[in-house]
Design a protein around this ligand. Structure first.
Ligand code: HEM
Length: 293
């Protein structure tokens, strides 16, 4: 495996874990009743540990991977000179220092009680996503525009995560619609997801289109350019996710009393998650490419 490919795999795992941890924690800490959150948290425990472990591992390896990818291959992954240069003279180094501090907070978050841990996860995962703006293509722009582009990047990943990351707790809540103890609280939490979901989808599309115009300068129609091809495929997949989300919300949710709708809704929500992970996979690749060859 080349250092470049290893770096793409590490970016994909980092982005997926950060989007998932931020989105689930933000949704549970803002939209779900405390009792219900405490009831479903044990079912999310292994997901949380896996997400935090992935964030720790991918952050630790990302610096040597950057060194190997920027340098002359795997040997530079352990070269003190190249590591020093990447750490102290590149945006990747600045982002890495912030990421190491944040994943350390996540690693020790198990020392605090569950409610506080939820807030620590929300804050740290949100800030980890924000560090992506330090290394993205926003750096190509001049000072003023660079700041605006980075703020747009931050809004983009937080809204993408608020949509995608909330889908796992949503599936758990769908299962509780048949449980008389939790039915009312679960229904309220799902309606709140529907509200923030509409806002998050609108914001991720607007910020994505802004990103596209700032990076490509036009619609990504030149598919001879790998960056534009992959971005174009990403936009098609996100369009499919939006159609799926609308079918879930306006066709299946009103029919939840029927026998087949709840099971179909759960299956389509898992499919929405799978499409979302493919979207993150695409951006993990094209984020490392030059927008125009
Ligand atoms: C579910 C919806 C979406 C998710 C989860 C998502 C996720 C992401 C992530 C994680 C990044 C940052 C990657 C990094 O810097 O490592 C990113 C960047 C980007 N996204 Fe999205 N995105 C979504 C929708 C869209 C849409 C609809 C568009 C276009 C209309 C778009 C266009 C872009 C562009 C142009 C970048 C900048 C990449 C660069 O720096 O070169 N995204 N997206």
């Amino acid at each position: 495996m080349t250092p470049q490919l290893a770096l793409i795999v590490s970016r994909f795992l980092f982005d997926s874990a950060a989007l998932g941890l931020w989105g689930a924690s933000f949704y549970l800490s803002t939209c779900v009743h405390y009792d219900l959150t405490s009831y479903i948290e044990p079912r999310l425990h292994r997901w949380r540990i896996a997400a935090v472990a992935l964030l720790c591992a991918t952050t630790i390896v990302s610096l040597p991977l950057q060194a190997a990818a920027i340098g002359d291959g795997w040997l530079d992954a352990v070269s003190p000179t190249v590591l020093d240069a990447v750490l102290f003279s590149t945006n990747n180094g600045t982002a890495w220092l912030a990421q190491i501090g944040l994943v350390l907070c996540l690693a020790v978050s198990w020392l605090v009680e569950p409610r506080k841990r939820l807030y620590v996860h929300t804050l740290c995962a949100g800030l980890l996503l924000a560090t992506l703006s330090i290394t993205g293509h926003a750096a190509m722009n001049d000072a003023g525009l660079r700041t605006l582009h980075r703020l747009n990047d931050v809004a983009h990943v937080l809204c993408g995560g608020a949509w995608l990351g909330a889908l796992v707790p949503v599936i758990l809540l769908l299962r509780l619609l048949g449980d008389a103890r939790w039915q009312e609280k679960a229904r309220k939490a799902l309606m709140r997801f529907s509200t923030i979901g509409h806002l998050a989808v609108a914001a991720v599309v607007i910020s994505g289109a802004t990103n596209t115009l700032l990076v490509v300068g036009d619609l990504p129609t030149d598919w001879s350019q790998p960056y534009q091809l992959l971005l174009g495929v990403k936009i098609i997949l996100v369009s499919a996710m939006i159609v799926l989300a609308l079918v879930n919300r306006y066709v299946l949710v009103p029919r939840l009393a029927s026998t087949s709708a709840p099971a179909l809704l759960k299956r389509l929500t898992w499919f929405e998650i799978a499409l979302g992970l493919s979207v993150v996979g695409l951006v993990a690749v094209f984020g490392t490419l030059a927008p125009t060859a």
